[in-house]
Design a protein around this ligand. Sequence first.
Ligand SMILES: Cc1ncc(COP(=O)(O)O)c(C=O)c1O
Ligand SMILES: [Zn+2]
Length: 472
Amino acid sequence: MSVLGLTCTRCDAQYPLGPMFFGCPACADGPDRGADGPGHDADGPGSGADDPERSADGPGHDADGTGHGADNPDRGTHAPEHGAEGTGRGAAALTVTYDYQAIAADLNVEHWNRAGHGIWRFDALLPIRDPADQVSLGEGNTALVRPRKVCEATGLSNLFIKNETTNPTWAFKDRFHASSVSMAKSLGFSRITASTTGNHGASAAAYAAAAEMDSCIILCHPESSMLQRDMIALYGGHAFVLENRFKYLDTLIRDHGYYPSTTMTPMPTGTPYGIEGYKTIAFEIYVQLGGHVPDRMFCPIAAGDALFGPWKGFNEMRLLDLSDRNPVMHGVQPAGCNPYVQSFQQGRGDVIVHPDPSSIALSIRDDTGGPSALRAIYDSGGDATDVTEDEIIEAVRLLARSGFLVEPSSAASVAGAIKAARADRLAPDETVVCLVTGSGAKWPEVMAELSSREAPVEPTWDEIKSRAGLGD
Ligand SMILES: Cc1ncc(COP(=O)(O)O)c(C=O)c1O
Ligand SMILES: [Zn+2]
């Protein structure tokens, strides 16, 4: 069996695959972990600082999320001296671990080129192997394409977007729920819950429908798109706008048998089973680049799974000897909501809580995130960077003028790449991939605000010629 189980990202404790939604029990029972405490593996079994597989300069645990240490040759220089990790009391994230030797012995990468059945063509590296439990709506298989206007603006001929807007619910979240809801099915659950700014919940409801399950979706912002709420209802889910989302999640999970396909506190991090789905973004990029990994990847981040998931995938390909390096990972956030950026600048191991988040990029307007993505950033030699509202809107427009309609949160990754290019931090021949996470089509109110819609006119030929800039 190639799936070994769950491993704690802090103390290395191991558990069988199962309904473990509240992080590592061993860490929850342990002492509090301060934000700037020693943060090494002093409290975990088998995780001493002299473990040769361990990172020498980063937080002292499996920063690649594979349970195999992060011996990345491209390691960065910004890692904090004290690997401070943990957001204080309690839980630490669990991650799915595999026997990579066994997988390598059997792996046929040719299968990765096959279309069809969504993310499950990568199932050698996913936790659910029984086809009867593999829920799919045909997610993934998204294009890796050069957005013309962005390439012009950056002067980079090898800048690509991984266009996740073509997923079944028009967001990368479908990869998460394909994996996570499949695990719910294999564990015998019949109810799904999720908390969301919109995309995550719409996708959860769609995959619950595919698996013939009920869903109860908690929207945490009253400004979430009305269309997304309608989508949830049409998929057969129940959507609620609630302020104290985690309290309700907890009750649904503990008292009513709901499976959380969602980000949880106090890590915060997504269910480990969902993050496995995001790894397939890295596998697809590798195939699309002809068996290579990109030099850099820019990801719009909130909880951080959007960066940590692909990072874990790239690490696994190294462990399988499919590649010999990882991309440099850049996490991008709005300047008005930048907890990773502040934490990175301070060299912290945990992610601070932003007191007053604001941005047009609602889907990434979370006030804090999980430590796994921050560790991935340090270990890849990357950074967390922020972009202004104007920079985000410029990226939305440049993408639209290239033929891609994306929501502001998705455009943040591209805005981050443009900013880095303008600061001369990218070499012209580098291969850069921006993760473009969700479609503008689900945010009609925001699109209306951003479009320079012209007032209706009398359809005279003179008027049309003048508006379209046509000569006589
Ligand atoms: C469109 C979009 N982009 C990026 C993100 C960030 O993902 P994560 O919270 O996994 O970092 C989200 C999360 O909701 C999203 O909806
Ligand atoms: Zn632990």
